[in-house]
Design a protein around this ligand. Structure first.
Ligand code: IMP
Length: 184
């Protein structure tokens, strides 16, 4: 299913930047399809992405991504509620709720729903890490200043250069899986 141009429906420019950098080495150009998504609530980000994709009536090869941060000690919360929790509490509120907590393990999940003439296909990526105890760094977006990836050197994603985050991030992994499938 070789494709050299696909559209990414999102309202988040950071996501377009990150995903575009992942796809370029595969010879795939990522076009931004501006969209403020209508999100359903579901446990699995893949179901949320697939629902949002179904709302976009466009015949071109197109994808939607849904992501979230899952905190072990909270049974995976906020997960699919990540944007609502960030909006209500912000990173300072999350840190406050986690004060004194020893188990700070968390992971990010990204799920892409991609559609072309062959149908809808799902691609996933995850990255393990932990919630730091303070806000560090100004790069990235969302939870990046409090998320410390396990594969790193103790810095948060917010302290990393974009290409460092893009080596190991949940989104990079999901888009790499999509790119490999598209260029198979
Ligand atoms: P959504 O995929 O746009 O619904 O993302 C849900 C929430 O998770 C939003 O608040 C995002 O800011 C946050 N989020 C998603 N991906 C990332 C990431 O790569 N870094 C930091 N926060 C993220």
């Amino acid at each position: 299913m070789i494709k050299n141009r696909i559209w990414f429906a999102t309202g988040n420019k950071h996501k377009v930047q990150e995903a575009g950098e992942v796809l370029t080495p595969y010879g795939i150009k990522l076009e931004h399809y501006p969209l403020e998504r209508i999100e359903i609530q579901a446990d699995d980000p893949a179901d949320i992405a697939a629902y949002s994709l179904a709302q976009v009536k466009d015949p071109r090869p197109l994808c939607v991504e849904d992501a979230g941060v899952f905190i072990d000690r909270w049974g995976g919360f906020p997960g699919p509620y990540s944007s609502y929790v960030l909006k209500c509490l912000g990173n300072p509120g999350i840190l406050k709720l986690m004060e004194g907590e020893q188990n700070r393990k968390a992971h990010y999940v990204s799920a892409i729903a991609y559609r072309d003439e062959s149908g809808v296909h799902i691609f996933r990526g995850t990255v393990d890490g932990e919630i730091g105890d303070s806000i560090q760094g100004t790069n990235g977006f969302g939870y990046d200043p409090i998320f410390i990836p396990a594969e790193g050197d103790g810095r948060t994603f917010g302290e990393m250069e974009p290409e460092e985050k893009n080596k190991i991030s949940h989104r990079a992994r999901a888009f790499r899986a999509l790119a490999e499938w598209l260029t198979e």
